[in-house]
Each structure stands twice: as C-alpha cells, then as structure tokens.
Design a protein around this ligand. Structure first.
Ligand code: AMP
Ligand code: GLY
Length: 424
C-alpha cells in the first residue's frame, strides 16, 4: 500500500519511520518532509495548504491512506475534502478539530458535559475582561480562543502581566481573529501529562502515557516552546489514573461530540494537569499527536501503525490489539539559537550518524534540510534525539550520550529532560 504523510517535523519523521516498518506499506510520500524523512520517504513538492493539489496527487498516485500530522490542515478541513471524495485519511473533520482550534468550543463542551477542567469565563470586550481579572486576582490564565501556534496562552502571576496579556491579545491583536474571544481561567497547580488515544468514533484505545517539557531552559525556566523533550511512560499516570481519564475525560468527550452530531476519528490528545490528590483536569485538547511526545511514544509501539490507521478509517478499532513495548523512551530536542524567538538557520549539522550508533537511539529530524549534500538546520526545533531502554534512566543516559555526539552552531538542548521521572 501507499501512504502520504502530511507535515515535516519530528512528529512526522517518527510517523514515517514507524510506517516504514509496516508489512502493509511499500511506498511512503511526505509533504513537505525534512532531511531525515527524505531517507525513507519521497518528499513531494506540493504546498501543504493546497488541499486540492494534495487530493489530486493522492488520486494520481493511487495512495491508499493519508495521515495528517499537524493541527492546521485538520482545522481547515482537509479531512472533510478527502472523505467527500472517498479517500481514506487519518484525522478528525473540521467540526471535530474545533476541540483544538477553538478553546471556547472545547471548554464549553467540557463544562456542559461535566468533564473536569478549570473554571473559566469568555470575553469579547476588553473592559469586561479587565474588570473580571481585577475581581479574580492573580495567578490567572489568559488564552486567545483560536490557534496561535502555542503562543496564545499567558500564565499571569501579577496584575501587570495579566493586563499585558489582555492588551496583546485584545488591543494589539497579536493573534488576529484567534483573539476575537478571550478565555480567562483559574490557574491550576500540579503535574502535567499528555494522554493520547486512538479513536474511530466508537472505541477509544489509549496510548502509553507521556510527558513533555514546554519551557526552553532547564528547571522549566524561560519561554514556552512547542516542547523541548518528552518521555514515556509518565509515572504520574498510574494505571488507576488511566482508568479515571478514560472514564471521566476521553469517553465522555467522544460521546459529547457524538450527541452534537460530530463523529471524532483519529487521535485525541488531552493535556492534563494532575493535582496532588491524583485528580486530573483537562488543560486543553489537541486533535493530533503531540510533538515531541510522538517520538518516544511511537518508539514504544509494537503494533503496525498502518494496521491501526486502517482500523480507524474502517471503524473497526475494537477488533485489533494495540501493543506496546515495556521499555521506556526519552526524546531530547535540540533547537537553534534564538528559538522560540527568531532563530538561526542554515548551520551545518554533524554527528547524526555517530548519534544513531548509540544503542537504542534514533535521531528524528525536525527543522532540517539539505544544502550542497550536507544536512543543515532549517527550523527552531532541529532534532529529537530519542532512545529506548529498560527504564527511564537507561533511555535518558543513551539519549544524552547520543546528543553529545551531535554538533551545529548555536545548538541548544535541555540537560534535565525526564529528571522529574527519575526523582519520583
Ligand atoms: P494550553 O495550550 O491551553 O494547553 O496551554 C499551554 C500551557 O499553559 C499548558 O501546557 C500549561 O502548562 C499551561 N496552562 C494552561 N492552562 C492552565 C491553567 N488553567 N492553569 C495552569 N497552567 C495552565
Ligand atoms: N508537545 C505539545 C503539543 O504537541 O501540543
């Protein structure tokens, strides 16, 4: 079978890598891909946002399955177009993807269905928002409603930070229409975990747990990023907690959508905050795999990913067994100098092969490209050095050993990935 993967980050490299091991797959295309993906897939020169051109390509090449990595094409309706034309595609429709593309939609759905989440209010008026923040006090969380590439969330610990956030979103309109509505929610304390599941709209199959590190610097300091590393399993997600999340969050969410006439198919990702009593609250939903959580999570997947994609698409997920390796996995993200702000590009990367030679290691590419036969940096997050091992400590030690073998000018990575899991 032939498969097309949409996206070109570390998550998509991990998806393509896993598909390349499938007994059903003989050819993989990727749009746009990256230098690492190019080694195992054919990277195609079609614009990622030109859905009609992608559909034409799928028809022309007789592609059997399309897998969408990022949220953007999902929120713009790529699945709706492909399904209308009878082309199998993995991901939720535009209506279902609102769970990620509109925080107001998602919070309202949670509130009306008793899904645990922080208390909140929605505002369109700056003055009312300001009044509410003054009444509530700090710390407080202020979010733009729409997609803002992870930058639309402000955790304000002082009143002046809160006012700055309101000004940036509502007055300066830094996120455009994504800031037409603003959510102001209570600030939750606890430990975060990523809970991802496969669903065909009828059954939900949880993936192994994971946790990512959002801040750029060690000790969770500095700006928020797309994720500077991740590990799996996340010890905070005990088997008991997994049951609670399935019963109180995942199943009710799919049911709630169904009652609104929306069938959710694909990947459902709940970002959770787990308090000191082990009670989960939903911070956000994503309608796709996490990046970088996918790198360690798919490293642990034993089942053929194409079989899972086919089962979801044919709504027979309940009939297959999804199996995972017992080993743990750790991914360390190497980023370009300046990220998550304006960053350097075009620096030559060396040592990837040497890193891949460390036992249990696979280096997933994110922002990489070819220039004159050399691999160079081309994005903020450049590589995800991922290792598997008997336990977190082994996987982590291998990943760091591998990361030390890699070099590019301005290379940055956190030294404390997975340390929380070691200290538990
Ligand atoms: P979101 O995109 O909504 O998940 O927010 C991004 C990050 O902001 C989360 O991963 C949390 O670290 C933090 N965050 C979001 N909402 C809250 C909240 N209500 N309380 C505390 N932290 C939050
Ligand atoms: N790593 C967080 C995300 O993918 O949204």
């Amino acid at each position: 079978m032939k498969v097309l993967v949409i996206g070109g980050g570390g998550r998509e490299h991990a998806i393509v890598w896993k598909l390349s091991q499938s007994r059903h797959v003989d050819k993989i295309y990727c749009c746009p891909g990256n230098a690492g993906i190019a080694g195992i897939a054919e990277c195609i020169d079609v614009r990622q946002d030109d859905f009609q051109a992608l559909l034409d390509f799928v028809k022309y090449e007789w592609i059997d399955m399309t897998i969408v990595g990022p949220e953007d094409p999902l929120s713009k309706g790529i699945v709706d177009l492909f399904e209308k034309e009878g082309r199998p595609i993995l991901g939720p429709t535009k209506a279902a993807a609102q769970l990620e593309s509109s925080k107001v939609f998602s919070k309202d759905l949670m509130r009306s269905n008793g899904i645990p989440t922080a208390d909140y209010k929605v505002f369109t008026s700056y003055l009312h928002a300001e009044e509410y923040v003054k009444m509530k006090g700090t710390p407080i969380v202020i979010k733009a409603d729409g997609l803002a590439a992870g930058k639309g969330v402000f955790i304000a610990s002082t009143m002046s930070e809160a006012m700055d956030a309101l000004r940036v979103i509502m007055k300066e309109r830094a996120f455009g229409a994504a800031g037409d509505r603003v959510l102001i929610e209570d600030c939750l304390q606890g430990e975060e975990a990523s809970f991802m599941a496969f669903t065909d709209g009828k059954s939900i199959v949880p993936m192994v747990s994971s946790q990512d590190h959002k801040r750029i610097f060690d000790g969770d300091k500095g700006l928020n990023t797309g994720g500077m590393g991740a590990y799996s399993p996340a010890p905070v997600v005990t088997p008991e907690l997994e049951k609670v999340v399935m019963e109180k969050v995942m199943k009710p969410t799919i049911r709630a959508l169904k009652s609104e006439g929306i069938t959710y198919k694909g990947i459902l990702y709940a970002g959770l905050m787990i308090d000191s009593n082990g009670t989960p609250n939903v911070l956000e939903f994503n309608c796709r795999l996490g990046d970088p959580e996918t790198q360690p999570v798919l490293s642990r997947l034993d089942t053929d990913l194409m079989e899972i994609a086919l089962a979801i698409s044919q709504e027979r997920l309940a009939d297959i067994a999804v199996e995972w390796k017992k080993e743990a996995s750790v991914c360390i993200v190497a980023s370009s100098e300046g990220y998550p702000g304006a960053y350097r590009k075009g620096d030559v990367i060396t040592g990837i092969e040497e890193a891949n030679n460390v036992d249990g290691v696979h280096v997933f590419h994110a922002g990489t490209a070819f220039r004159d036969g050399q691999v160079v940096t081309s994005g903020g997050r450049v590589l995800g050095v991922t290792a598997i091992g008997d336990d977190i400590a082994t996987a982590r030690q291998r990943a760091y050993e591998a990361a030390e073998r890699i070099h590019f000018d301005g290379m940055h990575y956190r030294r404390d990935i997975a340390s929380r899991a070691l200290n538990r």
